[in-house]
Design a protein around this ligand. Structure first.
Ligand SMILES: [Zn+2]
Length: 131
């Protein structure tokens, strides 16, 4: 079953306001945008979310791929936008612990762990976790 959860930019901004509070990120200035496939390339691969941040200034730009963006690359599994957003916000929350860019395996595990944590948080919010 695919877990597709698509929303408009204003809806996603509302969700961001919710998660910014929950994750105690109120000190950050965050600009949220949608991106298409060509805006969302990291290490030659199209990704669902991207964050550029200035940690000292606590400013960040978060881009989340649109559903059309997934279609451009014939993605088999369009992703849940709220999960992608929470993943990117967790990058802000935990950036001091991110492994060095050249430690490829550690960086991959880091993104994977952020992703499963984001998924869990969204499932808990939606009341979808089993007892
Ligand atoms: Zn990541």
């Amino acid at each position: 079953m695919q877990s597709e959860y698509v929303c408009s930019l204003p809806q996603l901004k509302e969700l961001m306001a919710y998660w910014v509070k929950k994750l105690h990120l109120e000190a950050w200035d965050i600009k949220l945008e949608f991106g298409n496939a060509k805006d969302m390339v990291l290490d030659d691969e199209v990704v669902g979310g991207l964050t550029n941040m200035l940690p000292v200034e606590q400013q960040a730009q978060i881009k989340i791929i649109t559903n059309e963006g997934w279609r451009e690359i014939d993605a088999v599994f369009p992703q849940d936008m709220e999960v992608l957003l929470v993943h990117e916000l967790l990058h802000l929350a935990w950036h001091p612990f991110m492994p060095d860019e050249d430690q490829k395996t550690a960086v991959m595990s880091w993104h994977r762990q952020l992703h499963s944590t984001a998924k869990l948080l969204v499932e808990l919010k939606r009341g979808k976790c089993e007892k």
